[in-house]
Ligand binder design. Structure first.
Ligand code: MG
Length: 404
């Protein structure tokens, strides 16, 4: 575990080259481009602001880019401070570290805004490693063979890849040490460092490597955006799963009595629905619709009328059982819709109570439940008031099964 007393800050580098590149065309800089419905920088900031150990975030942005960041400021609950970065990456980081002086963190993680796929695990590994090392480089081993070429395009050397690493960010440091290293580089007018680990090495710090991830890429070329966008959309689709639909129908006769129960709501009437349980046709139809959507038989199979156990039983019991079967399959209810067909009693005054009743039984928000009613225009057995029928449709999301 990381030292609980250590305070951890992050510097996100989002200025420099992107801004200059953007001034020559109408496209926004890479960090402000949309990626599957969210800007790149928002994804990066989410990764850091949602990490429990990071308390302060400094974002070094281009001088004209404050307009893009206002909404991020408002939405975030963490301490995110946008500052104007410098002309180069190194200058932006230095500006970020300088802005952090007043917060005096123990550790600082320095990260590129255009690496939005940094994970909680990578951030945690960096912070944990800082308890025993001064400087951390996130990197992945190189599996391809590396060749060194000359200006004429000829290969002059095959590099031994056994100890080669591909550097990523975050690169993380004891705050006071990396601040001194940057101050020293600044006073020596050394401005050609391409990353902070290089500055740390130059300043004499030992840089320790922690494992990054192949997906933690720097979005640079258009194909990086296309590939990652496809991956994100695919992940979202897989997480949502596939939609299944089930239909249910039920009918019960009206006989002697003084109330009917529909969708779990008791309504005064001069007749009652006849049946083995409370004869709630609407909940029976709905239970069958749910069982149909998950391919688990029907209500009669699970609760046979021949079994005296279910005599007079409140039908929410059957519905809850069906919901429980959905949960066991790791499914989620998208929507439930019930259509009641009754000449009398009048359903409309009770419709909202019925929706609420189903929402409560199924533990769903109200907007995922529909209840409608119609008469049968005095036609047939329903029209003569001999019975009440109900249809129901259930839409359910189940984990993706790639067998279609
Ligand atoms: Mg029934």
């Amino acid at each position: 575990m990381a030292d609980k007393r250590a305070s951890v800050a992050a510097v996100i580098v989002a200025g420099g080259q992107g801004l200059r590149a953007r001034k020559h065309d109408n496209e926004p800089a890479k960090q402000y481009r949309m990626l599957a419905g969210k800007t790149v920088i928002q994804r990066t900031l989410d990764a850091f602001s949602q990490h429990p150990e990071i308390t302060t975030i400094i974002v070094a942005i281009g001088s004209d880019d404050h307009q893009y960041c206002t909404h991020t400021l408002e939405e975030s609950t963490k301490q995110i401070h946008f500052i104007t970065g410098g002309a180069s990456r190194q200058e932006s980081v230095f500006a970020g570290l300088t802005a952090l002086i007043q917060h005096s963190p123990d550790y600082v993680l320095i990260h590129d805004a255009v690496r939005p796929f940094v994970t909680t695990d990578i951030i945690t590994r960096n912070i944990k490693a800082l308890t025993s090392h001064q400087a951390i480089l996130t990197a992945i081993p190189i599996h391809d063979t590396i060749k060194k070429g000359n200006a004429q395009g000829q290969i002059i050397e095959t590099i031994d890849r056994s100890h080669t690493q591909l550097a990523q960010t975050p690169q993380s440091f004891h705050f006071s040490l990396i601040l001194s290293a940057h101050q020293k580089a600044d006073s020596h007018q050394k401005t050609d460092f391409t990353d902070d680990a290089a500055i740390a090495e130059w300043a004499g710090m030992n840089v320790h490597v922690v494992e990054g991830h192949r997906d933690n890429i720097k979005l640079t070329r258009p194909e990086d955006f296309n590939m990652t966008e496809q991956r994100l959309i695919m992940e979202t689709l897989l997480a949502r799963g596939e939609a299944r639909t089930g239909i249910g129908y039920d009918v019960h006769a009206l006989g002697e009595g003084n109330s009917v129960t529909l969708c779990g709501v008791e309504i005064p009437h001069n007749k009652s629905l006849q049946g083995h349980s409370d004869a709630d046709v609407a909940l029976h139809a709905l239970t069958d619709a749910i069982l149909g959507a998950i391919g688990e038989g029907d209500i009669g199979e699970h609760f046979p009328p021949s079994n005296m156990q279910w005599k007079g039983m409140s039908s929410d019991h059957f519905l809850k059982d069906a919901i429980n079967r959905v949960t066991l399959k790791k499914g989620k209810i998208s929507h439930l819709d019930v259509q009641i067909i009754a000449e009398l009693p009048k359903i409309s005054p009770h419709r909202e109570a019925m929706r609420q009743s189903i929402a409560t039984i199924c533990d769903l928000p109200l907007h995922r439940v529909g209840v409608k009613a119609t008469t049968n225009e005095k036609l047939g057995f329903i029209g003569r008031g001999e019975g009440i029928a109900a249809y129901a449709v259930a839409t359910i999301r189940l984990p993706w099964e790639d067998d279609v």
